[in-house]
Design a protein around this ligand. Structure first.
Ligand code: IMP
Ligand code: MG
Length: 184
C-alpha cells in the first residue's frame, strides 16, 4: 500500500539537504586523513544508498579512492526491530588484510553493524570501521560503536535521504521524521 500521500503531510523536517552535504564533506575529509590500507567501502543496502553515493564522491574529491562493494542486510521489519540479521546480498571479493569502511544509515540497536563487523573481521579484514549517517542514542542492544557519525538522531522514526517506511520517502533529499503518538 502506498503510504506516501497520507503520511507526507505529517512529515517534520529534521536535517536539511545543506546540513547533510556539509557533514558529508567533513566525514569524507576525516577518512581521507587516515592512513588506510587497501581500503574497501561497503555500503549496507538499502537505506545507505544515497548517503553512500554522496560520501563516496566526497571521498574521491578528498583524495581517497576506496574500492566499493555492496552488502544487503536486514534486521528491521516495519517500524520494530526484529533483532535477527539476514544477509540478502554478500560482497563478491575478499577482505583479508584490508581496511573496510562500513557505510550505513542508522546505528540503532547496533545488531546490523555488529553482525557485519564481526563477519568481516572473521574473514580476515585488518580493520573494520563504521561510518553511519545517524546514531540513535540509548538504543544499543549489543557492543558496537561507530568510528564516524553524521548526526545524533532524536528518538523518532526518520525517513528520507535513502531511509524509508515501507519503501516510501527514500527519494527525499532531506531527512524528516514521522511523528508518532506521544512524540513531542
Ligand atoms: P539496528 O542498529 O540493527 O537496530 O538497525 C538499524 C537499521 O534499522 C537501520 O540501518 C535502518 O535500516 C533501520 N532503522 C532504524 N531506525 C530507523 C528509522 O527511524 N527509520 C528508518 N529505518 C530505521
Ligand atoms: Mg539498514
Amino acid at each position: 500500500m502506498r503510504v506516501q500521500p497520507s503520511v507526507k503531510k505529517r512529515l517534520q523536517p529534521l536535517f536539511p539537504e545543506t546540513a547533510i552535504a556539509k557533514r558529508v564533506q567533513e566525514l569524507a575529509q576525516d577518512f581521507a586523513a587516515l592512513d588506510l590500507h587497501d581500503p574497501l567501502a561497503i555500503p549496507i543496502l538499502k537505506g545507505s544508498f544515497m548517503f553512500a553515493a554522496d560520501l563516496l564522491r566526497a571521498m574521491h574529491y578528498a583524495g581517497l579512492d576506496p574500492e566499493v562493494e555492496f552488502m544487503m542486510l536486514s534486521s528491521y521489519r516495519g517500524e520494530q526491530s526484529s533483532g535477527q540479521v539476514v544477509i540478502s546480498k554478500d560482497i563478491e571479493g575478499g577482505v583479508e588484510g584490508r581496511d573496510v569502511i562500513l557505510i550505513d544509515d542508522i546505528l540503532e540497536t547496533g545488531r546490523t553493524l555488529a553482525f557485519a563487523r564481526d563477519l568481516l573481521m572473521a574473514r580476515g579484514a585488518r580493520r573494520v570501521m563504521i561510518c553511519c549517517l545517524l546514531e540513535k542514542p540509548g538504543k544499543r542492544a549489543v557492543d558496537v560503536s561507530a568510528d564516524a557519525v553524521g548526526f545524533q538522531c532524536p528518538d523518532h522514526f526518520v525517513v528520507g535521504y535513502g531511509m524509508d517506511v515501507s519503501h516510501s520517502f527514500r527519494q527525499l533529499p532531506f531527512i524528516a521524521y514521522i511523528p508518532q503518538d506521544g512524540d513531542s
